[in-house]
Write a protein that binds this ligand. Structure first.
Ligand code: GLN
Length: 253
């Protein structure tokens, strides 16, 4: 078995070590004896989505997002077809915003891929915080770090999780991220995946299932001692700042 991960525009979209997410996916596949290949695409490279199993779109500044947006126009249709066909995508912060219709900034509108029915508007003040969420996809909380000026509105889409500590999509709704088909969009940097092994394995098993079927997608469990400790560290650090913490959090590992 082999899984191919496409890293889109790492020279432009790679804030706070988003590249670490790629290393994490590769390592967790290899630990299970599954081959992993990474294809990094520059802004002018041709992208053949049919050979990709997972696509990572990382975070970026408004300036970098503006540059990327012009290229996205050209790959919009094939990217959309990949998503509709169950292709796995993990999009973070600036990359998450670009999944939507647009990101309205004080310096103009950045057109998005329009793959997910969401949109983002810049508001005064940045939402900068450590953050953790409870998602109904996982037992473990999802932990990370957010830093964004844009407020994302997800319409009727499913959020990735409920914010337990931090700001999330727009600082008001109490929700963070979006889940659409096999696409996850989130504001969480970190890098996200090393501290959230259940989320990483979710992406991997979705990708394996799509290419090799349901039976193959049952992943061998890994010990995850350090990963779980890293996750718990963030939760413990902020839990006493959360009112009714115990009722809000379902289960901590
Ligand atoms: N430029 C975007 C914003 O400020 C995204 C930032 C990021 O990727 N961290 O909202």
């Amino acid at each position: 078995m082999k899984i191919t991960i496409g890293h889109l525009f790492p020279d432009l979209l790679n804030l706070y070590g988003d590249r670490g997410n790629i290393q994490c996916m590769v390592q967790r596949l290899r630990w299970r004896g599954i081959e992993a290949e990474v294809k990094a695409f520059g802004i002018d490279d041709r992208i053949d989505f049919s050979v990709l199993d997972i696509v990572l779109l990382g975070g970026g500044s408004d300036r970098e997002q503006m540059i990327v947006c012009n290229r996205l126009k050209e790959i919009k249709d094939s990217f959309k077809a990949y998503v509709e066909n169950g292709g796995v995508v993990i999009a973070i912060c600036g990359g998450y915003q670009l999944l939507g219709k647009y990101y309205e900034t004080d310096n103009g509108r950045i057109e998005g891929l329009d793959i997910v029915d969401i949109y983002t508007v810049q508001e005064k003040g940045r939402l900068i915080n450590n953050i953790f969420l409870q998602s109904d996809l996982f037992e473990m909380p999802i932990v990370g770090f957010e830093n964004h000026g844009g407020r994302t509105h997800i319409n009727n889409n499913k959020p990735l999780g409920k914010v337990i500590y931090g700001k999330g999509n727009d600082g008001k709704s109490g929700y963070e991220g979006v889940v659409y088909k096999n696409v996850i969009g989130t504001y969480l940097h970190g890098p996200l995946l090393p501290k959230n092994p259940q989320l990483c394995d979710y992406l991997l098993s979705r990708a394996i299932e799509r290419r090799y079927g349901a039976e193959a997608s049952k992943l061998t469990p890994l010990p995850d001692k350090e990963e779980n400790e890293a996750n718990k560290y963030i939760v413990d650090r902020y839990s006493d700042k959360v009112e009714n913490f115990k009722e809000k959090i379902r289960k901590l590992i």
